[in-house]
Design a protein around this ligand. Structure first.
Ligand SMILES: [Zn+2]
Ligand SMILES: [Zn+2]
Length: 261
C-alpha cells in the first residue's frame, strides 16, 4: 500500500490537505472548518481520531485558523517560532507534540516527515516532505522565489504540490493595492505561474520519476486555474520535459482526487 495524498482546500481562503498510508494519516495545516474536515475524512473511511498529527507550514490565518480547535483532537507538530506566533495571535494549541530538533525531522506512524524552510513573510515558514515505503510526497507553497534549499528538498519526490499563485500580468493590472502587489511579488511573497513552471523544469531535468505535479495556492483575483495549468504544461512541453508527469490542480473550493504517490 502506497503513500496517498488529497488536498481538501488550497488558496488564500484556507489550506488543508492529508497525506496517508494504510496505518497513518497526517494533516497539513488547518484552514478549513472542523465540520468540513470530518465530512472529508468520512469519505476516506477515517475519523478525526485516526489522524496522527497536524503539521503546520506557518502562522498565516489561511493555514492555521482552526488549528486550536483541531488540536483538541490531533497532536500539533510545528516549529517553536511558529508556535510562538500562533500562541500570540490565537490561543495555545491543546496537544503540542514534543519534537527535540524540529528541522531534523520526525516520524509519525510509518511516515517520515522532513520540514524545509521557505522564503515567505512569516516567522519561520516551512514546506514538508513525507516519505513512506520508498515513496516521497512534497508540499511547497507560500514562497516568494525559487530557493535552492527548496529545490534540493523536493527534487526527488514522486509527487509534489507546488505553488502557482499568480499570473504576473494579471497581478500588475489587477485590483490589489500597490502595497499588496509588492508583497505578493516580493521575495517573501508568492510564486508566479512562470516561476512555478521554471521550478518544475528544474525538477524534471533531474527527476524523470515525477508522477504527479499538483498546482496549488492559486489566486482568485490574479490567476485563472487553466492559465496556471497551461503555463506550466506548455513550458515543460517546450523544454521537452513533460514526459509522463500528470499535471493537475488543487483548488480552493473542492477536494482533489486521492493521489497515489
Ligand atoms: Zn497561504
Ligand atoms: Zn502565507
Amino acid at each position: 500500500m502506497s503513500l496517498k495524498f488529497i488536498s481538501f482546500a488550497s488558496g488564500s481562503s484556507g489550506n488543508c490537505s492529508l497525506v496517508f498510508t494504510e496505518n497513518t494519516a497526517i494533516l497539513i495545516d488547518a484552514g478549513i472548518t472542523l465540520r468540513r474536515l470530518q465530512d472529508e475524512l468520512k469519505k476516506l473511511n477515517l475519523t478525526i481520531n485516526d489522524v496522527g498529527g497536524i503539521v503546520v507550514t506557518h502562522e498565516h490565518s489561511d493555514h492555521v485558523k482552526n488549528l486550536c480547535l483541531f488540536s483538541k483532537y490531533i497532536p500539533v507538530y510545528c516549529h517553536p517560532y511558529t508556535h510562538i506566533e500562533i500562541f500570540n495571535k490565537y490561543n495555545d494549541v491543546d496537544k503540542l507534540a514534543n519534537v527535540e530538533d524540529y528541522m531534523e525531522g520526525f516520524t509519525i506512524g510509518d511516515i517520515d516527515v522532513k520540514p524545509f524552510e521557505t522564503p515567505h513573510d512569516a516567522n519561520y515558514p516551512l514546506g514538508y516532505s513525507f516519505v513512506s515505503q520508498g515513496r516521497k510526497f512534497s508540499l511547497a507553497t507560500d514562497m516568494g522565489v525559487i530557493e535552492n534549499n527548496v529545490f534540493e528538498a523536493i527534487k526527488d519526490s514522486n509527487a509534489i504540490l507546488l505553488e502557482s499563485n499568480h499570473d504576473v500580468k494579471m497581478l500588475k493590472s489587477g485590483p490589489y493595492p500597490q502595497w499588496l502587489k509588492n508583497r505578493v511579488i516580493g521575495k517573501r511573497g508568492h510564486l508566479s505561474n512562470t516561476d512555478c513552471a521554471r521550478l518544475a523544469c528544474m525538477i524534471k531535468e533531474q527527476n524523470s520519476d515525477l508522477k504527479e505535479l499538483i498546482l496549488g495556492h492559486i489566486s482568485k483575483e490574479n490567476n485563472i486555474p487553466m492559465l496556471a495549468l497551461e503555463t506550466v504544461k506548455s513550458t515543460l512541453s517546450k523544454e521537452g520535459l513533460l514526459g509522463d508527469t500528470i499535471i493537475s490542480l488543487a483548488l480552493q473550493g473542492e477536494s482533489t482526487r486521492v493521489y497515489n504517490v
